[in-house]
Design a protein around this ligand. Structure first.
Ligand SMILES: Cc1cc2nc3c(=O)[nH]c(=O)nc-3n(C[C@H](O)[C@H](O)[C@H](O)COP(=O)(O)OP(=O)(O)OC[C@H]3O[C@@H](n4cnc5c(N)ncnc54)[C@H](O)[C@@H]3O)c2cc1C
Length: 354
Protein backbone atom coordinates (compact mmCIF):
# COMPACT_ATOMS: atom_id res chain seq x y z
CA UNK A 1 0.00 0.00 0.00
CA UNK A 2 1.21 3.52 -0.84
CA UNK A 3 1.41 6.54 1.37
CA UNK A 4 -1.47 6.90 3.85
CA UNK A 5 -3.38 10.21 3.83
CA UNK A 6 -5.32 9.65 7.06
CA UNK A 7 -4.82 7.40 10.07
CA UNK A 8 -8.01 7.04 12.09
CA UNK A 9 -7.60 5.92 15.69
CA UNK A 10 -10.62 3.89 16.79
CA UNK A 11 -12.83 1.42 14.96
CA UNK A 12 -16.22 2.32 16.45
CA UNK A 13 -19.08 3.74 14.38
CA UNK A 14 -17.39 7.17 14.22
CA UNK A 15 -14.03 5.85 12.99
CA UNK A 16 -15.47 3.33 10.52
CA UNK A 17 -17.91 5.78 8.92
CA UNK A 18 -15.24 8.49 8.67
CA UNK A 19 -12.90 5.94 7.05
CA UNK A 20 -15.60 4.97 4.57
CA UNK A 21 -16.35 8.54 3.51
CA UNK A 22 -12.68 9.41 3.09
CA UNK A 23 -11.90 6.22 1.17
CA UNK A 24 -14.89 6.78 -1.13
CA UNK A 25 -13.44 10.20 -1.97
CA UNK A 26 -10.16 8.61 -2.98
CA UNK A 27 -8.03 9.09 0.15
CA UNK A 28 -5.80 6.33 1.39
CA UNK A 29 -6.96 5.49 4.88
CA UNK A 30 -5.85 3.28 7.74
CA UNK A 31 -7.83 2.53 10.89
CA UNK A 32 -5.98 1.59 14.08
CA UNK A 33 -8.06 -0.40 16.56
CA UNK A 34 -6.96 -1.54 20.01
CA UNK A 35 -9.30 -4.50 20.31
CA UNK A 36 -11.76 -5.15 17.46
CA UNK A 37 -14.19 -2.99 15.46
CA UNK A 38 -17.22 -2.23 17.62
CA UNK A 39 -15.46 -3.17 20.88
CA UNK A 40 -16.40 0.13 22.55
CA UNK A 41 -19.82 1.71 22.95
CA UNK A 42 -20.77 0.88 19.37
CA UNK A 43 -21.01 -2.87 19.98
CA UNK A 44 -23.29 -2.28 22.99
CA UNK A 45 -25.77 0.14 21.39
CA UNK A 46 -29.49 -0.56 21.33
CA UNK A 47 -29.45 0.92 17.82
CA UNK A 48 -32.28 3.44 17.98
CA UNK A 49 -31.87 6.25 15.47
CA UNK A 50 -33.57 9.03 17.39
CA UNK A 51 -35.19 11.77 15.32
CA UNK A 52 -37.09 13.87 17.85
CA UNK A 53 -34.26 16.35 18.16
CA UNK A 54 -33.59 20.06 17.92
CA UNK A 55 -33.10 21.20 14.27
CA UNK A 56 -29.32 21.52 14.67
CA UNK A 57 -29.00 17.85 15.66
CA UNK A 58 -31.85 16.58 13.53
CA UNK A 59 -29.96 17.67 10.41
CA UNK A 60 -26.96 15.65 11.61
CA UNK A 61 -29.18 12.63 12.39
CA UNK A 62 -30.75 12.79 8.93
CA UNK A 63 -27.23 12.75 7.48
CA UNK A 64 -26.64 9.49 9.38
CA UNK A 65 -29.93 8.05 8.16
CA UNK A 66 -29.18 8.64 4.49
CA UNK A 67 -25.71 7.20 4.93
CA UNK A 68 -26.95 4.06 6.69
CA UNK A 69 -29.63 3.62 4.04
CA UNK A 70 -26.96 3.70 1.40
CA UNK A 71 -24.46 1.48 3.22
CA UNK A 72 -26.61 -0.94 5.13
CA UNK A 73 -29.88 -0.97 3.25
CA UNK A 74 -32.60 -3.44 4.03
CA UNK A 75 -32.01 -5.97 6.72
CA UNK A 76 -29.83 -3.63 8.82
CA UNK A 77 -32.08 -0.63 9.09
CA UNK A 78 -35.72 -0.85 10.16
CA UNK A 79 -38.30 1.89 10.03
CA UNK A 80 -39.97 1.63 13.44
CA UNK A 81 -42.81 3.66 14.79
CA UNK A 82 -42.15 5.22 18.16
CA UNK A 83 -44.50 6.49 20.82
CA UNK A 84 -43.11 9.52 22.52
CA UNK A 85 -44.67 10.29 25.90
CA UNK A 86 -43.73 13.85 26.69
CA UNK A 87 -44.21 16.23 29.54
CA UNK A 88 -46.92 18.86 28.92
CA UNK A 89 -46.12 21.35 26.17
CA UNK A 90 -43.32 19.33 24.54
CA UNK A 91 -45.14 17.39 21.84
CA UNK A 92 -45.98 20.44 19.70
CA UNK A 93 -42.32 21.49 19.47
CA UNK A 94 -41.18 18.04 18.32
CA UNK A 95 -44.12 17.76 15.95
CA UNK A 96 -43.40 21.04 14.19
CA UNK A 97 -39.62 20.51 13.99
CA UNK A 98 -40.00 16.98 12.62
CA UNK A 99 -42.67 18.01 10.11
CA UNK A 100 -40.50 20.87 8.92
CA UNK A 101 -37.97 18.22 7.91
CA UNK A 102 -40.60 16.10 6.13
CA UNK A 103 -40.80 13.50 8.89
CA UNK A 104 -43.90 11.83 10.25
CA UNK A 105 -44.97 13.08 13.67
CA UNK A 106 -48.47 13.58 15.02
CA UNK A 107 -50.20 13.77 18.37
CA UNK A 108 -52.41 10.84 19.30
CA UNK A 109 -54.52 9.73 22.24
CA UNK A 110 -53.70 6.96 24.67
CA UNK A 111 -56.24 4.60 23.16
CA UNK A 112 -54.73 4.88 19.69
CA UNK A 113 -51.24 4.56 21.19
CA UNK A 114 -52.28 1.28 22.85
CA UNK A 115 -53.72 0.01 19.57
CA UNK A 116 -50.51 0.82 17.73
CA UNK A 117 -48.43 -0.80 20.47
CA UNK A 118 -50.60 -3.91 20.40
CA UNK A 119 -50.80 -3.91 24.20
CA UNK A 120 -52.69 -1.71 26.67
CA UNK A 121 -50.70 1.27 27.91
CA UNK A 122 -51.21 3.34 31.03
CA UNK A 123 -51.30 7.11 30.75
CA UNK A 124 -50.46 9.92 33.13
CA UNK A 125 -52.68 12.96 33.42
CA UNK A 126 -51.44 15.97 31.47
CA UNK A 127 -48.80 14.16 29.42
CA UNK A 128 -48.86 14.25 25.63
CA UNK A 129 -48.35 11.37 23.23
CA UNK A 130 -46.72 11.73 19.87
CA UNK A 131 -46.40 9.10 17.18
CA UNK A 132 -43.08 9.52 15.34
CA UNK A 133 -41.33 7.53 12.64
CA UNK A 134 -37.87 6.55 13.83
CA UNK A 135 -35.36 3.87 12.84
CA UNK A 136 -33.64 0.92 14.41
CA UNK A 137 -30.16 0.01 13.22
CA UNK A 138 -28.83 -3.54 13.56
CA UNK A 139 -25.50 -2.22 14.76
CA UNK A 140 -23.61 -5.54 14.70
CA UNK A 141 -24.52 -6.12 11.05
CA UNK A 142 -23.73 -2.51 10.17
CA UNK A 143 -20.25 -2.82 11.69
CA UNK A 144 -19.61 -6.09 9.78
CA UNK A 145 -20.86 -4.51 6.57
CA UNK A 146 -18.65 -1.45 7.06
CA UNK A 147 -15.70 -3.72 7.78
CA UNK A 148 -16.17 -5.59 4.53
CA UNK A 149 -16.78 -2.45 2.39
CA UNK A 150 -13.65 -0.86 3.88
CA UNK A 151 -11.70 -3.98 2.89
CA UNK A 152 -13.00 -3.70 -0.67
CA UNK A 153 -11.96 -0.03 -0.75
CA UNK A 154 -8.44 -0.94 0.35
CA UNK A 155 -8.71 0.54 3.86
CA UNK A 156 -6.42 -1.23 6.22
CA UNK A 157 -7.87 -2.02 9.66
CA UNK A 158 -4.79 -2.60 11.79
CA UNK A 159 -4.62 -4.24 15.20
CA UNK A 160 -2.53 -2.00 17.46
CA UNK A 161 -0.98 -5.08 19.11
CA UNK A 162 1.00 -5.60 15.90
CA UNK A 163 0.90 -2.23 14.14
CA UNK A 164 0.99 1.16 15.83
CA UNK A 165 2.34 3.13 12.88
CA UNK A 166 0.64 6.46 12.41
CA UNK A 167 0.96 8.07 8.98
CA UNK A 168 -0.51 11.18 7.36
CA UNK A 169 -3.09 13.28 9.15
CA UNK A 170 -4.57 11.77 12.30
CA UNK A 171 -8.26 11.56 13.18
CA UNK A 172 -8.95 10.54 16.77
CA UNK A 173 -12.22 8.58 16.91
CA UNK A 174 -11.42 6.67 20.09
CA UNK A 175 -14.70 7.35 21.92
CA UNK A 176 -14.22 7.37 25.70
CA UNK A 177 -10.46 6.86 25.24
CA UNK A 178 -9.97 9.98 23.12
CA UNK A 179 -8.85 12.23 26.00
CA UNK A 180 -6.07 9.74 26.85
CA UNK A 181 -4.62 10.33 23.39
CA UNK A 182 -5.25 14.07 23.26
CA UNK A 183 -4.77 15.67 26.70
CA UNK A 184 -6.37 19.00 25.68
CA UNK A 185 -9.70 17.15 25.49
CA UNK A 186 -9.69 16.42 29.24
CA UNK A 187 -11.76 19.48 30.13
CA UNK A 188 -14.06 18.95 27.16
CA UNK A 189 -15.23 15.36 27.54
CA UNK A 190 -17.26 13.78 30.31
CA UNK A 191 -17.23 10.00 30.63
CA UNK A 192 -20.26 8.09 31.80
CA UNK A 193 -21.67 4.59 31.71
CA UNK A 194 -24.28 3.86 29.03
CA UNK A 195 -26.33 0.84 30.04
CA UNK A 196 -29.15 -1.28 28.65
CA UNK A 197 -30.93 -4.52 29.53
CA UNK A 198 -32.98 -7.19 27.75
CA UNK A 199 -36.24 -7.90 29.56
CA UNK A 200 -38.67 -10.75 29.75
CA UNK A 201 -41.77 -8.54 29.74
CA UNK A 202 -44.77 -7.65 27.51
CA UNK A 203 -43.51 -6.42 24.16
CA UNK A 204 -44.94 -3.38 22.41
CA UNK A 205 -44.92 -3.36 18.59
CA UNK A 206 -43.40 0.13 18.63
CA UNK A 207 -40.54 1.79 20.41
CA UNK A 208 -41.59 3.60 23.58
CA UNK A 209 -39.70 6.73 24.56
CA UNK A 210 -41.13 7.71 27.89
CA UNK A 211 -40.03 11.15 29.06
CA UNK A 212 -42.65 11.03 31.84
CA UNK A 213 -40.97 8.08 33.56
CA UNK A 214 -37.53 8.42 31.97
CA UNK A 215 -36.67 5.34 29.88
CA UNK A 216 -36.81 3.95 26.36
CA UNK A 217 -37.86 0.43 25.42
CA UNK A 218 -37.94 -1.28 22.07
CA UNK A 219 -38.73 -4.78 20.92
CA UNK A 220 -35.73 -5.93 18.91
CA UNK A 221 -36.33 -8.00 15.78
CA UNK A 222 -34.86 -10.99 17.67
CA UNK A 223 -37.75 -10.71 20.18
CA UNK A 224 -36.07 -9.08 23.20
CA UNK A 225 -37.54 -6.04 24.85
CA UNK A 226 -34.46 -3.84 25.22
CA UNK A 227 -34.59 -0.85 27.52
CA UNK A 228 -32.44 1.75 29.20
CA UNK A 229 -32.50 5.32 30.38
CA UNK A 230 -30.46 8.46 30.10
CA UNK A 231 -29.59 9.02 33.76
CA UNK A 232 -26.25 7.27 33.59
CA UNK A 233 -23.40 7.43 36.08
CA UNK A 234 -20.27 9.49 35.54
CA UNK A 235 -17.12 7.33 35.50
CA UNK A 236 -13.41 8.12 35.87
CA UNK A 237 -11.92 5.63 33.43
CA UNK A 238 -13.41 4.09 30.26
CA UNK A 239 -12.93 0.58 31.67
CA UNK A 240 -15.39 1.32 34.50
CA UNK A 241 -18.02 1.70 31.79
CA UNK A 242 -18.02 -2.07 31.22
CA UNK A 243 -19.20 -2.87 34.75
CA UNK A 244 -22.98 -2.53 34.65
CA UNK A 245 -24.98 -1.35 37.63
CA UNK A 246 -26.98 -4.48 38.51
CA UNK A 247 -29.83 -2.55 40.19
CA UNK A 248 -30.55 -0.13 37.38
CA UNK A 249 -32.43 -2.66 35.18
CA UNK A 250 -34.86 -3.37 38.04
CA UNK A 251 -35.44 0.34 38.59
CA UNK A 252 -36.12 0.81 34.89
CA UNK A 253 -38.46 -2.18 34.84
CA UNK A 254 -40.42 -0.57 37.66
CA UNK A 255 -40.77 2.57 35.52
CA UNK A 256 -41.74 0.48 32.46
CA UNK A 257 -44.47 -1.17 34.52
CA UNK A 258 -46.03 2.25 35.19
CA UNK A 259 -46.68 2.36 31.43
CA UNK A 260 -47.02 -1.31 30.47
CA UNK A 261 -49.28 -3.43 32.66
CA UNK A 262 -47.73 -6.85 33.33
CA UNK A 263 -44.14 -5.58 33.18
CA UNK A 264 -44.04 -5.77 36.99
CA UNK A 265 -44.09 -9.57 36.59
CA UNK A 266 -41.09 -9.36 34.25
CA UNK A 267 -37.36 -9.51 34.91
CA UNK A 268 -34.10 -8.46 33.25
CA UNK A 269 -32.57 -11.44 31.42
CA UNK A 270 -29.31 -9.73 30.50
CA UNK A 271 -27.66 -6.44 31.30
CA UNK A 272 -24.68 -4.80 29.62
CA UNK A 273 -22.89 -1.47 29.48
CA UNK A 274 -20.02 0.42 27.85
CA UNK A 275 -18.37 3.82 28.30
CA UNK A 276 -19.98 6.78 26.54
CA UNK A 277 -18.79 10.38 26.28
CA UNK A 278 -20.52 13.69 26.35
CA UNK A 279 -19.41 17.31 26.49
CA UNK A 280 -20.38 20.16 28.85
CA UNK A 281 -22.77 21.51 26.18
CA UNK A 282 -23.97 18.03 25.04
CA UNK A 283 -22.89 18.54 21.42
CA UNK A 284 -20.36 16.30 19.65
CA UNK A 285 -16.75 17.40 19.17
CA UNK A 286 -15.72 17.21 15.53
CA UNK A 287 -13.10 19.18 13.67
CA UNK A 288 -9.45 20.16 13.82
CA UNK A 289 -7.56 20.35 17.12
CA UNK A 290 -4.25 21.41 15.65
CA UNK A 291 -2.46 21.02 12.33
CA UNK A 292 -2.73 17.42 11.16
CA UNK A 293 -4.80 16.35 14.19
CA UNK A 294 -8.60 16.04 14.09
CA UNK A 295 -11.28 14.66 16.39
CA UNK A 296 -14.71 13.08 16.16
CA UNK A 297 -16.31 12.06 19.46
CA UNK A 298 -18.68 13.13 22.29
CA UNK A 299 -22.00 11.78 21.00
CA UNK A 300 -23.76 11.71 24.36
CA UNK A 301 -25.45 8.31 24.13
CA UNK A 302 -26.58 9.07 20.59
CA UNK A 303 -23.57 7.99 18.58
CA UNK A 304 -25.50 5.69 16.27
CA UNK A 305 -27.87 8.57 15.58
CA UNK A 306 -25.22 11.25 15.15
CA UNK A 307 -21.94 9.67 14.02
CA UNK A 308 -22.81 9.28 10.32
CA UNK A 309 -23.95 12.87 9.80
CA UNK A 310 -21.10 14.23 11.91
CA UNK A 311 -18.53 12.23 9.91
CA UNK A 312 -20.02 13.52 6.64
CA UNK A 313 -19.59 17.10 7.88
CA UNK A 314 -16.07 16.44 9.09
CA UNK A 315 -15.02 15.01 5.73
CA UNK A 316 -16.53 18.00 3.87
CA UNK A 317 -14.63 20.28 6.23
CA UNK A 318 -11.34 18.40 5.77
CA UNK A 319 -11.77 18.71 2.01
CA UNK A 320 -12.44 22.44 2.30
CA UNK A 321 -16.06 22.06 1.13
CA UNK A 322 -17.30 23.43 4.45
CA UNK A 323 -15.57 26.46 5.97
CA UNK A 324 -16.09 25.50 9.60
CA UNK A 325 -17.61 22.81 11.80
CA UNK A 326 -19.88 25.42 13.39
CA UNK A 327 -21.42 24.34 16.69
CA UNK A 328 -19.41 21.09 16.66
CA UNK A 329 -16.00 22.82 16.45
CA UNK A 330 -13.83 21.30 19.22
CA UNK A 331 -12.38 24.76 20.05
CA UNK A 332 -15.78 26.38 20.68
CA UNK A 333 -16.29 28.13 24.01
CA UNK A 334 -17.89 25.78 26.50
CA UNK A 335 -19.40 26.08 29.96
CA UNK A 336 -17.48 24.38 32.79
CA UNK A 337 -18.27 20.67 33.14
CA UNK A 338 -21.36 20.20 35.34
CA UNK A 339 -21.09 17.84 38.34
CA UNK A 340 -23.64 15.49 36.74
CA UNK A 341 -24.00 14.37 33.18
CA UNK A 342 -25.59 17.23 31.18
CA UNK A 343 -29.03 16.49 29.72
CA UNK A 344 -28.97 14.29 26.63
CA UNK A 345 -29.85 16.17 23.43
CA UNK A 346 -33.36 14.70 23.33
CA UNK A 347 -34.04 15.48 27.01
CA UNK A 348 -34.48 19.14 26.16
CA UNK A 349 -37.81 19.60 24.47
CA UNK A 350 -37.67 22.05 21.57
CA UNK A 351 -40.01 24.85 20.80
CA UNK A 352 -40.39 25.68 17.17
CA UNK A 353 -37.63 28.29 17.10
CA UNK A 354 -34.78 26.30 18.80
C1 LIG B 1 -25.88 0.26 26.17
C2 LIG B 1 -25.79 1.33 25.12
C3 LIG B 1 -26.92 1.65 24.38
C4 LIG B 1 -26.84 2.65 23.39
N1 LIG B 1 -27.92 2.85 22.61
C5 LIG B 1 -27.86 3.79 21.62
C6 LIG B 1 -28.97 3.97 20.77
O1 LIG B 1 -29.99 3.28 20.86
N2 LIG B 1 -28.89 4.95 19.82
C7 LIG B 1 -27.78 5.73 19.66
O2 LIG B 1 -27.78 6.62 18.80
N3 LIG B 1 -26.67 5.53 20.44
C8 LIG B 1 -26.70 4.58 21.42
N4 LIG B 1 -25.61 4.38 22.22
C9 LIG B 1 -24.45 5.27 22.08
C10 LIG B 1 -23.53 4.84 20.97
O3 LIG B 1 -23.30 3.47 21.06
C11 LIG B 1 -22.19 5.61 21.10
O4 LIG B 1 -22.43 7.00 21.18
C12 LIG B 1 -21.30 5.35 19.88
O5 LIG B 1 -21.17 3.97 19.66
C13 LIG B 1 -19.93 5.98 20.07
O6 LIG B 1 -19.16 5.59 18.96
P1 LIG B 1 -17.63 5.95 18.86
O7 LIG B 1 -17.13 5.39 17.59
O8 LIG B 1 -17.44 7.41 19.14
O9 LIG B 1 -16.96 5.22 20.13
P2 LIG B 1 -16.68 3.68 20.42
O10 LIG B 1 -17.71 2.81 19.83
O11 LIG B 1 -16.45 3.57 21.89
O12 LIG B 1 -15.34 3.39 19.62
C14 LIG B 1 -14.07 3.77 20.04
C15 LIG B 1 -13.09 2.71 19.58
O13 LIG B 1 -11.77 3.18 19.77
C16 LIG B 1 -10.95 2.09 20.16
N5 LIG B 1 -9.77 2.65 20.81
C17 LIG B 1 -9.70 3.28 22.01
N6 LIG B 1 -8.43 3.69 22.25
C18 LIG B 1 -7.69 3.32 21.17
C19 LIG B 1 -6.30 3.46 20.84
N7 LIG B 1 -5.42 4.07 21.64
N8 LIG B 1 -5.89 2.94 19.66
C20 LIG B 1 -6.77 2.31 18.82
N9 LIG B 1 -8.09 2.15 19.11
C21 LIG B 1 -8.54 2.66 20.27
C22 LIG B 1 -11.87 1.29 21.09
O14 LIG B 1 -11.42 -0.06 21.22
C23 LIG B 1 -13.20 1.41 20.37
O15 LIG B 1 -13.42 0.34 19.46
C24 LIG B 1 -25.63 3.36 23.19
C25 LIG B 1 -24.50 3.03 23.93
C26 LIG B 1 -24.56 2.00 24.86
C27 LIG B 1 -23.31 1.62 25.60
Amino acid sequence: MGRIDYTIIGGGIAGLITALLLAERGYRVKVLEDRYPGAGATGAAAGLLVLHLKPQLLEVALGSLSLYKRVAGRGYLFNVGALLFTTPGCAGGYESVMREYGLTAYKIGLEEASELAGIPLRGVEGEEVLYVDEYLVDVGSLVSRLHSILGELGVQIADTRTDRTVEGEVIVAAGAWSHLLVPELRERVILYRCQAAAYEAPRPRLAIEDDTHGYYAITHPGGDLVGGDGSNTIIKSPEEGYTPDQWEPYEILERISKRIPGAEEGYPRRVWSAPCTTTPDSLPLAGTLREGLHIITGFDGLGITLAGGTAARLVDYLEGKARSMGALDPARPMPPAPPDRPPEPYDECPNSNT
